[in-house]
Design a protein around this ligand. Sequence first.
Ligand SMILES: [Zn+2]
Length: 135
Amino acid sequence: MGNLMRYRLERVGAMPAALESGVLYVSDEYETAAHLCACGCGSKVRTPLGPTEWMVDDDDEAGPSLHPSVGNWQRPCRSHYVIAGGEVHWSNAWTDQQVEAGRHGEQHRRDAYYFALNRSRFGRIFDWFRRIFRR
Ligand SMILES: [Zn+2]
C-alpha cells in the first residue's frame, strides 16, 4: 500500500465488469465514474456524477481530477484521498465522527442546491405576479 497510484481517464459506455487499477472510468451515459481504490485493496469505488455528486475534470496533460475527495469508509481500508491531475493525494483515514460530518456535509450541499433551484423558480413566479399587480 502506498502512494504509487496514478490515474488516467478512460471514457466508456457501460462500466466494464473488471476494472483495471490506475484507470478512472467515466461513463457519460450512466453519469457515473468508477475506479479501483487507490490503496490497492481492490475495492471498486463508484462515484455518481452530477452537480450535487462528484465531478471529473479531464486534463489531457496532467490527468483526470475527481472532486470532492473519495472516502471509502465502508471498506476495511477506510482510504480517504483526492485524485487531482491524475495523482493521488492522501488524506487521513476518517474517524466515525468525520464520516458522520461528511455525510451531513453532503446532505447540506444537496439541500443548498435544491433550495437555490426552488428559490429561482419561485422568484420567477414572484416577478410575474409583481408585474401583473403593478398595472
Ligand atoms: Zn482500499
